[in-house]
Each structure stands twice: as structure tokens, then as C-alpha cells.
Ligand binder design. Sequence first.
Ligand SMILES: Cc1cc2nc3c(=O)[nH]c(=O)nc-3n(C[C@H](O)[C@H](O)[C@H](O)COP(=O)(O)O)c2cc1C
Length: 197
Amino acid sequence: MSPDRPLALEELPARLWSELVRASRDRHHGWRLPVLATVDPQGSPQARTVVLRGADAALGELVCYTDRRSPKVSQLRADGRGVLVFWCARLSWQLRAQVRIGVEEDGARVQAAWARVAGQPAARDYLAPAPPGTAGLQGGWGTGGEPAGIADEPQAVHHLALLSARVMALDWLELDRRHGPRRAGVDAQGCAQWLIP
Ligand SMILES: Cc1cc2nc3c(=O)[nH]c(=O)nc-3n(C[C@H](O)[C@H](O)[C@H](O)COP(=O)(O)O)c2cc1C
């Protein structure tokens, strides 16, 4: 946004999606690491940091990767409602996305995701022999080191699952010293309206 011209309401939905797409490709973007909040089967809130791996404005979809054995996956199978909370200090923008999350454990998109991750240090997150959250040694491989070349093999048994989050609504908050705080809601149809911050 130009510092001299505040973003207009009608520009907002497209601009938010272009920032989300940018964040999914740029590891230095503030929105790269949102917090994903879900509800567990006991009705308790759960929240954790995730990496934004994909954003598709046309589909209204955000994508993250996870270990299919992690507690959040069983939580999401029982109740797909979630909120992704983003903060970008450079933009001074908070974004809260109300989402419905589906878990994909196999298929072309999971294979493509694994092909991207395999061979990178992140691959070890999906190759641990024991499920995330179970008691064990740090790193899960006993030595705390790399999983001995296994991540370089595309055929290795991995536990990567895709979390595909369909965006139902967006809540944007801008903290701007010159113009004061501004807030707007964007519904699933892409209609934006100003809200009292
Ligand atoms: C910077 C950062 C990025 C993370 N990215 C992911 C991620 O993309 N996917 C994921 O499942 N967990 C990620 N984690 C770990 C989660 O925050 C969490 O600890 C883990 O997934 C277990 O969550 P659960 O017990 O609610 O399933 C990340 C943690 C940090 C600190």
C-alpha cells in the first residue's frame, strides 16, 4: 500500500489474497507463519503455529502441511472448523481467517507436496517413526541428528498430510499511525465492509 493513499475498501479482498499468495511463496513474509486454532473433541481450544504453504484466491483456499498422526488431524476430522491468525509487522496487518479444514492423506496433491519437501530439512518432520506428541527423545531418531539420508529418498514412508482450509470469512485489522486503526470484514462471496476496530 502506498503510505500516502490508504487502501480502498473495494481493493481489499484482492489485496489480501495477493498478500496470502506472496506469503505462501516468501519465507520472510510475516504471514508465512500463522497460528491455527481448532477445537478438540472435549470442546477445548487448541492453537499452534503452522507454515502457510499455499493460497488460491480463485478457490478461496489456504494450504498447510502436517503429520497425519498429529493430534490436530484427529481434531479436524471430528470438527473441521478453524481460525488462522496472521500478523505482518511490515504491513501492520492482522488477518483472521475463519476456515473449514479438510485433511488430505493421499492423492496427487499430497504426492506433489511430498515431492517438494523430500530432500529438504523439513522432510524429517514427516518421517519420524513415532507420532508427534508421544513421549520420546528429542528429534525422535535417538541421535538428535538427521534421519540418515532417508529424507533424500522420494519413496521413503512419510506421514505428510495436506490441510486444505476453505475460507469462509476474513477479518482484517490495520494498525496505522497516520490514519488510525481500520478494520474490515470480507465474506465468502468477497464482499467487504468496514467494521469498528
Ligand atoms: C515456526 C513453526 C512452524 C511450524 N509449522 C508447522 C506446520 O507447518 N505444520 C505442523 O503440523 N506443525 C508445525 N509446527 C509445529 C506446531 O506448532 C505444533 O507444535 C505441532 O504441529 C503439534 O501440534 P498439535 O499437537 O496441535 O497437532 C510449527 C511450529 C513452529 C514453531
